[in-house]
Design a protein around this ligand. Structure first.
Ligand SMILES: [Zn+2]
Length: 83
């Protein structure tokens, strides 16, 4: 990671404002979800985009018992259940 050239303050509720140019660059909109990563150097936020646990696809993802599964894999699993 490299410095982005911005300083941000955190408020008393733990909220930070991500600068508009950063939001624009990374196509961040209100309501987006982020995954939080930490290491000895600090904290990293990464826009959360769920992928299928079986094939890694990000298309037509559904949550099933807390796991993300795509429509194609659901169909394949359904076919297995019918055999
Ligand atoms: Zn899949």
């Amino acid at each position: 990671m490299k410095p982005a050239g911005f300083l941000c303050n955190i408020d008393n509720l733990g909220r930070i404002l991500i600068p508009a140019p950063i939001r624009k660059t990374f196509e961040i909109n209100g309501g987006d979800t982020f995954e939080v990563f930490t290491d000895e150097d600090g904290i990293m936020l990464k826009k959360y985009s769920p992928v299928c646990i079986f094939c890694g696809s990000a298309d037509n993802i559904t949550s099933f018992k807390g796991k993300m599964v795509c429509e194609k894999c659901i169909k394949k699993l359904s076919a297995l259940a019918e055999d």
